[in-house]
Design a protein around this ligand. Structure first.
Ligand code: SF4
Ligand code: SF4
Length: 62
């Protein structure tokens, strides 16, 4: 089940989210950011790190 989403219409492929992830479960693929949600610890760092607000998650609230 995919609980996190990176909106490809908003993402500018900057890589900030990938660098922010403490468990290295984010990857820059050809044209999109992919997240290994089995490894994700739901810290929210990537969501905060994204300068354009492209990442959302159903478990996240500010
Ligand atoms: S919520 Fe945390 S662990 Fe999960 S992908 Fe984002 S930075 Fe990585
Ligand atoms: S930080 Fe945001 S804009 Fe940058 S690659 Fe990640 S999802 Fe895309």
């Amino acid at each position: 089940m995919n609980m996190m989403n990176v909106d490809p219409a908003i993402c500018n492929y900057c890589g900030a989210c990938v660098g922010s992830c403490p468990v290295n479960c984010m990857f820059l693929d050809e044209t999109i950011v992919r997240i290994d949600e089995d490894k994700c610890i739901k810290c929210g760092f990537c969501i905060r790190a994204c300068p354009v607000g492209a990442i959302s998650a159903d478990w996240w609230s500010e």
